[in-house]
Design a protein around this ligand. Sequence first.
Ligand code: PRX
Length: 660
Amino acid sequence: MTDENGTIESHPLHHGEEVESYPPSAEFRAQANVNDPSVYWRAAEDPEAYWAEQAQRLSWTKPFTETLDWSNPPFAKWFQDGELNVAANCLDRHLAAGLGDRVAIHFEGEPGDTRTITYAELTHEVKRAANMLTSLGVEAGDRVAIYMPMIPEAVIAMLAVVRLGAAHSVIFGGFSAESLRARIDDARAELVITADGGYRKGRVSALKPTVDDALALHGGGSTVERVLVVRRGENEVSMQEGRDLWWHEEITAFDGAHEPRGFPAETPLFILYTSGTTGKPKGILHTSGGYLTQASTTHRDVFDLKPESDVYWCTADIGWITGHSYVVYGPLANGATQVIYEGTPETPDWGRWWSIIQKYGVTIFYTAPTAIRACMKVGRQVPEQYDLSSIRVLGSVGEPINPEAWRWYRDVIGAGTAPIVDTWWQTETGAIMISPLPGLTALKPGSAQVPQPGITAAVVNEAGEQVDHGQGGLLVVQRPWPSMVRTIWGDDQRFVDTYWSKFGDQYFAGDGARYDDDGDIWLLGRVDDVMNVSGHRLSTAEIESALVEHHAVAEAAVVGADDETTGQAVVAFVILKSQQKLLTPEGAEVELRQHVTAQIGAIARPRQVFVVGELPKTRSGKIMRRLLKDAAEGKEIGDTTTLADTAVMQTISARMRGEL
Ligand code: PRX
């Protein structure tokens, strides 16, 4: 079997199964940023030296002398006696290098409005915004909540906050008032930066009213003193006297003179909330020097970035970690030119993304498997109408990419030749951990394959011992890495319990994985009660607790059922209170889907809600979600012998088939 790139080699995945692989072309390899395989063993011999070398690419106002302090595991300190300003690393230093005229952002609004922002302009705007935030009382050590659409001001706001040594907590614009408030309270944010609204699916989706609702919840009384509002959607909003300010009015008072101060490398940079196995989201804390080192290194090497000629585009929203590391910090630290698009891929039609690639000559494109599958469903005739010949590297993130989607992505978007980097990482890891390097790795569709240089990730058994090639187990990271989560905000104990109690000195990622016979890593999905819906992490427990908060619901169980497009989909089983008269089983589905949307946000809305009389439980009362997952996927129900009442699953299956 051959393709344009030469030979496709066959590799055994596990005994008896052959997997094709695609080595880099000679041309790609020759020009790649990383094309000497010795990087792996050199980094493995002395990972700290490798990372110290990478950190030297940043500008430090005070050089570090100690690379890693791991004297109090699992609390790592990287480059701790060094000082830097993260925003200046993303901005000012590029100006000092004479790159001020380079485009930083090609912004494309959903309605078709565009802005081109150079590094000089972006720096100027961030400096003005930093002065504005100072006037509003923001100081080093503070937290600022950001609830914004995908517009340049979101990036400007993030950089202005960190320029002052404060930390941001970005909350995805799709989250509800309840979720927003919980995050504001946990971080004790005193300022919220938002917009009136942003464009999504051809209309304005309001944001400011949700901020108002959030701050009015629980009788008001939040930590928030000011709300700064960017005008974008032009939708009607109410402004509360003494609390709310328009960005465009305030900013006029400030010029672009602002000297960045250096802050210690372990200064908190941001908190980003993510779902865990319990109801309460975890505030993942990232700090400055180590995070920026790994975000920028991986951005340069994994995507083979050539900042002087590439046009890079990552479709992630800044509300997620991918938007932090690979829209804001990695690309800007590297002086990249990138596209930021406000809206959805289907607006006004499914050609939108491809028309943007054609228009800006995008060379590196990074998106999620769920989006690729959605485009596949629409059909290749759509992207085929556009000139995508500028593409030279493709990336995937968020969930395992199925080989069928991988091949479609490479053939239809990548002209059958672009390398695909399938990047495994997490909110907690801060940056890419496992991925091919496009100039070195013979790619295997569906596998993230190799830990990055300087990263020691492994598949281990329950005892924490590395398994053999051809075997499966749990994914761990064995040594600290620069962009690792430092703690769960305000809850060191939960940090220790969640990630370190299982294996002691190894970080437990929560993912299952296996080695193939070559030792490449294949990710198999979460092993805990965390679902992955469209590449977004959702907690079973969080949705269950939202459901039982509804006055008609007595009990709820939620599972992530396999879904062709979204990877997994939320399926809920509920028992209604016997006394309640409000909901009929038929009305319950609509009402409860809406209820979850209001409680958490549209991303958590169940695909289906089934009203059942009982839930399958073990004799000790534990809900057997595994059986419900089988039922939700229309599969043969697994072993029911440990159930207290073995007839329950038959009743549920009959109910789902509409027979009861
Ligand atoms: O299960 C893994 C899956 O997404 C989880 C992390 O989710 P989150 O913190 O929201 O970050 C997503 C973006 C980095 C992981 O525990 N995951 C992410 N990337 C991949 C993946 N699973 C398989 N292959 C990937 N490339």
